[in-house]
Structure formats: C-alpha cells, structure tokens
Write a protein of this length. Structure first.
Lengths: 119, 576
C-alpha cells in the first residue's frame, strides 16, 4: 500500500523535505519543543483572569463552576487518562498476532537528530 | 416506475452505483460517483419545498410502504450524506476500482434512502443494503480485512433482523402501522429496535465492529464507511427514541470509555475509530436528553462530525498511502514531507477538540449546554471529562505522533492532489460551520427546531473552553517533559470482542470436539431434539404460525431474515 517511501535513516538529506515545510523546520528544533509548554501556560494565564470578566450565568451553572474550574477539569482529566495508560496497557496488551492476523513488519525508526532550519 | 425511481434521492445514487458496476471506463465512473450525490442533494432541495407532494407511498403485497417522507430532520441528514459523498468522491479519484466505486455509491444511496424512508419495512431494506454494500469496502482492505468483514456483516445482518423483528412486534401492537415514529422502550418491540440501532450506533459492548472493520478497510473505504452507517442509526434513534432517559447514560458512557482504549492504541486509524465512538456518545446522549436544544445539538454535531471525522480519516489515509502504515510507532516527523496534510489534519483535530472558530465549538456545546439546563450533573461531568479525552486522542495524539514527535526518517511525497482538494474542502467546512459571521448561522438555519435560540460565541463559553483545552495541552507538555507520557508500542489491545474472537471461538471448538465424541452415542437424542425444534419452528414461522399473523409479507420476510442469520452465523463460525 505504501507509495514512494524513502526511509532516510541517517536523516541528513533535507533535499527531500517539501518546499512548503522548509520554513517550518524550526518546529523540530529541540529548543522549540522544550519551550512549547509556555504556550498553554500563557493561554491559561490569559483565560483564567478573563473568567472574572466573563462570569458564568448564575441561572445556568454547574455546582463546580468557578473561575478556573474548567482549567482544573481539563488538566486533571487529561492527566488521569494518560496516567491510566500504563496499567491499562499491561492489562490489555497482547502480541500483535494474538488473533492470528498478519502483522506489518517492524520498521526501525531513525535515531533522533537535530534538524537545522534552512531558509 | 420512473416516478418511483425519482421519489427518493437515495434511489438515484443506488442506480448510479449499479451502473458503475457495468461501466469499464474509470473516468465515467468517477463522474457518476461525484454527480450522483449532487443530483440527490438537488432532489432533496426540491422535495423539501413541497414535502406533502414529495411523499410517496406504494403498496407491496397489501402492505403500504412509504418510500419518501421529508421533514427538517431527514433533510439535514440527507444533505450531510450528499456532502460527504461529494468529498469522498474527490478523495477517491485516484483509485481506479470498479468495486469500490459501485459499492460506495450503493452504500451511500442506501443510507440516503434509509433516511427518507417513512416506515420500518422500507428502512429495513436499506438498513440491510447498506450493510451488504459496505462490506465490500471492508474486504478491499486486504488479507486481514476478510474475516473482519465477515464479522462486520454478521453483526449488521443481526442488527437488521432485530430491526425487522422489533418493527413487526411494534406494528402488531399498533394495528399494523409500520410508520417510523416515536417508539420508546415502553412499547412492544421497543427493546429490539433499540438493540438493532444500538448495534449500528456502537453502544458499549456492541461497538467492536467499528474498531475491528474500519481500520482494516481500504484507504478510501475507511473514509466512506465513517460517514454513513453509524449516522443512519443515529437518525433512526433520533426518530424513535428521542427523550429516552437510558440513552443519556448510554451516551455518556460512550463518550468516556473509548478515551481509555484510544490512549493505548498504536494503530491511528483504530484510534480514530474509538474517537468515532466517543463522538457518537455525545449525540446519543443528546438524543436521550431529547429537548429541542439537545436535538438541534445532535443534528448540528452530526453535520460537523461527518466532516471533521472524515477529514481526520482522510489525513490518516493519505499518510497510509504514502508510508504504508498508520501505526504511531512507525510514524513521526511527517510534517517535513506532507505539510499540507499536516495543516488539514490539525484543522480536523482542532475541530473535534472544539477550539473556538472550529466546528465542534458551535455544535458539541449545544449538547453539553442541554445537559446543563437539565441539571444532569453526573452526565455533564462525564461529557466534560470526555471533552478533555477527545483533546488527548484526536486533538493531540493523532497529529503529534504522525507529523511531529520523533523523526521516523520517512521522506515521502505529499498526498495526491485529489486527496488534498478533498481535505482542503473539508477543512474549509470545519471553519465555515463555526464562522461567527454567517457560518454557524447558516448551519443553525438547517436544524430541526427553529424556535430555539443558542448563542455559541459568549465570552464565558470561549473562555471556559479555552481553559479546558489549554489545561489539557499543559498536561500533555508537562507529562512529555517529565517523560511520563507513554511511548507508542506495537500490540494488540484487547477489547470486548475478545469474548467472541477468543473465548467464543474456544467454546465453539470445545463444543465441536465434545459433539464429535458424543455424536456416535447420541443419534437417538439428537433425532428427538431436531424433531422437537422443527415442530416449534413450524408453529412459529409457518403460514399458520404466530409470526405470519403480523408479518408484513408473511412467511417469506421472516424466514428470509432468519435464514440470513443462520447463514451468516455458519459462515462466521467457519472462518474463526
């Protein structure tokens, strides 16, 4: 089913990078990845105080609704889902051919290397 | 005859599908695949202008069958199906396969025809036709798809038989009236009808056919499948069980449980299949709430869901076409090779996660608000939890592990132009449906209840939704930074289908072994058993039996249904 795949295991050839993507290679920069956390922090720093400006409608609010409640729900619910993954995986995972189905051959993923921004 | 053919917009699509099976020239077939849904949409437009004149009733064997009934609910469903049909046609332009073109059209036509059916017997015919035609799309997926297709077919035929049996019981209790109307669980046949619709809708424990068949279907097949089957069932549910309390809780559970499976699943098309279940949960919950706001929310979310879920499946299909896999563990870094597909996938992910200015923000919130207005606190909490869960599996996991994450080193071509056009149009629709200046107002103008006013862009709604999404993103970034976020690993994840794919199979094998050992000594008892069973079946199904008294076309319909169940059960078990 694959079509024209080049597995660039040494990852040195950015000639194969799509021209439109070249201006966005900084997305893979380690610094950008490390600092991504600031995006939601800034987002929360703006939206939590804004909840005082746009309060809940008194006639239609849930018992838990207060200025930062949706942020807390989002953080706790997301973390709970992700943290449940490990025990669930141990409980429910089996070999890929457990039901006797044909399995895709495993592809060795290239080692992570830094990608430089080319303009 | 031509009048009948032109009575229901679905018929014209089915006819186009049958023609496609005979036409060897791919270009003509592709024209039909794109033109048929456009023609059907035009027929819906003209039919709705004079709904009474469009109503078509024929008599078959003394039984009236309403081939066409149109109102605001069916009109919206019909338009959405036609829109999905056009997008799917563009997406599949590169695939020169007669079987796919033909079965896709018949399948779509059956779904459209089912939506406009006015009675249960007509609905049953298209319910089964949708199952039979769609299985071809599953089987096009390759070696592993064949047994999955058999399981898919068996489950859907069972759903059809339950639908027919429930309809017969319901009609018998209502003076032989098969009109599709509110049924409710209190009426005879209600439970069977709910089960039939529940199977197609992916109720908990009945949902596994979605995660089993969809990821194994062909690339275009999965995109096509995601649009129609479950949505046809939702339509039937909205017609027959609106306001049924149990659906509120079933729907709430449906929103939550797939989240836990999606987080550990490695196959991203299966992740999207769980996500499909999760979104269906919101709509089932809305149907259970049954208020005008909730029903408008269901209809609006259906329109949004068909587009953004289709878009997500399309983007994964494009990735699969280019890389040969949809396994998260094998992907990563593809934004370098497929930047446009990346952008379209991110728009789909943002839409399903309900970011402001993207479609689910103006649709899903109607259902959540309806739960709030009804003071369903536990359900509301579950829906909010599921909203954060959606952000995990579809908002972050799918685009992140495919296009970002570690660089898999794969350097591939961007998706073919036709796939990009289809994804681009779907992305535009995701934005248009939530556009504050004329976009969502257009969508709302198509909803069933026009007296309900809902304003999605209030300051509080925007702020609280952004809080939820930013907090989920913060949790993701923090868990990644602390290396707590689990890596994607290759594995088969057990779900409820284990009961019939493993436990059930072993039980059948054990019974078979026991039967073989005992059969030499049991011939007399076996003969008596079959005699007794035969007499009971005769008393029930024969012309003098109980079923024939109320069955619409007598013995033949019931027996055909029963025979189909037996036949598919035998085929299914033989493939295990």
């Amino acid at each position: 089913m694959a079509d024209d795949v080049t597995t660039d295991t040494h990852n040195q050839s950015d000639d194969l990078t799509h021209p439109l993507a070249r201006k966005f290679l900084w997305l893979a920069d380690e610094k950008v990845i490390q600092n991504f956390i600031w995006l939601p922090i800034i987002g929360l720093a703006v939206t939590i105080p804004l909840a005082f400006v746009y309060p809940f409608d008194e006639g239609h609010k849930a018992p838990w609704d207060f200025f930062a409640s949706w942020a807390i729900i989002g953080f706790v619910a997301y973390s709970f889902v992700v943290l449940s993954a490990e025990p669930l995986f141990r409980l429910l995972s089996r070999k890929e051919n457990y039901y006797g189905e044909e399995v895709e051959p495993e592809v060795i993923v290239a080692p992570k290397v830094e990608v430089h921004h080319h303009d | 005859m031509i009048d009948i053919l032109l009575s229901n917009p679905g018929f014209i699509i089915i006819l186009a599908g049958m023609l496609c099976a005979l036409i060897p020239i791919s270009e003509i077939r592709k024209f039909l695949v794109g033109a048929a849904p456009i023609a059907a949409a035009y027929m819906i437009f003209t039919a709705f202008k004079d709904a009474e004149a469009a109503r078509t009733v024929i008599s078959v064997g003394g039984q009236d069958m309403t081939l066409m009934r149109i109102d605001r609910l069916s009109m919206l469903w019909g338009y959405v199906f036609c829109l999905a049909g056009v997008l799917n046609a563009i997406y599949g332009l590169h695939e020169k396969c007669k079987l796919t073109d033909s079965s896709a059209l018949i399948y779509m036509g059956a779904a459209v025809a089912g939506v406009f059916a006015g009675d249960f017997l007509t609905l049953f015919i298209f319910w089964e036709l949708a199952a039979l035609s769609s299985v071809m799309l599953v089987w096009k997926g390759g070696e592993n798809a064949f047994p999955a297709g058999i399981r898919y077919l068996a489950i859907h035929v069972l759903s059809g038989v339950l639908l027919l049996a429930g309809a017969v019981m319901f009609a018998r209790a209502n003076g032989g009236d098969f009109t599709i109307q509110h049924v409710g669980l209190e009426n005879k046949g209600g439970l069977l009808l709910l089960l039939a619709m529940g199977i197609k809708c992916g109720f908990p424990f009945l949902h596994n056919w979605i995660q089993d068949a969809y990821p194994k279907a062909s690339i275009t097949g999965t995109v096509i499948l995601s649009a129609f089957t479950t949505k046809l069932a939702l339509y039937a549910l909205a017609r027959c069980f609106a306001g049924e309390d149990i659906l509120i809780y079933i729907g709430a559970i449906m929103t939550c449980f797939p989240v836990f499976f999606a987080v550990i699943e490695n196959d991203l098309r299966r992740v999207l299949s769980y996500s499909l279940n999760n979104q269906l949960g919101f709509m089932v919950c809305g149907i259970g709430l049954g208020t005008q706001l909730a029903m408008n929310g269901v209809a609006a979310h259906l329109a949004a869901d068909v587009i953004f879920k289709g878009l997500l499946f399309m983007s994964m299909g494009a990735v699969m076409l280019r890389t040969g896999t949809a396994k998260a563990s094998e992907l990563g870094g593809l934004f370098r090779s497929m930047p446009l597909t990346t952008v379209f996938c991110l728009i789909g992910a943002g839409s399903i996660a309900a970011f402001p200015l993207l479609s689910a923000f103006v649709t899903k919130s109607m259902i959540i608000t309806a739960a709030l207005y009804e003071h369903e606190w536990i359900v509301l909490a579950m829906l909010l939890f599921a909203s954060a869960g959606v952000m995990e599996h579809s908002g972050i996991k799918v685009p992140y592990f495919t296009f970002f994450s570690h660089d898999s080193g794969k350097r591939v071509k961007e998706a073919p132009w036709n796939m990009l056009v289809a994804m681009g149009l779907a992305s535009l629709l995701c934005i248009f449906f939530a556009f504050p200046w004329g976009g969502y107002q257009f969508l709302y103008s198509l909803l069933p209840y026009q007296d309900v006013h809902y304003e999605p862009y209030t300051g509080n709604h925007v702020v609280t939704q952004l809080q939820l999404l930013f907090a989920a993103m913060l949790a993701f970034a923090a868990l990644k930074k602390w290396k707590v976020y689990p890596d994607e690993r290759r594995a088969e994840i057990l779900d409820f289908d284990w009961t019939y794919r493993r436990l059930g199979k072993n039980i059948v094998l054990w019974i078979d072994a026991m039967w073989t050992r005992l059969s030499a000594n049991m011939s007399v008892i076996r003969g008596r058993f079959f005699d007794s069973a035969g007499k009971k079946l005769y008393n029930f199904f024969s012309p003098a039996g109980a079923m024939s008294a109320s069955a619409p076309s007598g013995l033949s319909a019931v027996l055909t249904g029963g025979m189909l169940v037996v036949l598919f059960a035998v085929i299914y078990l033989s493939r295990l």
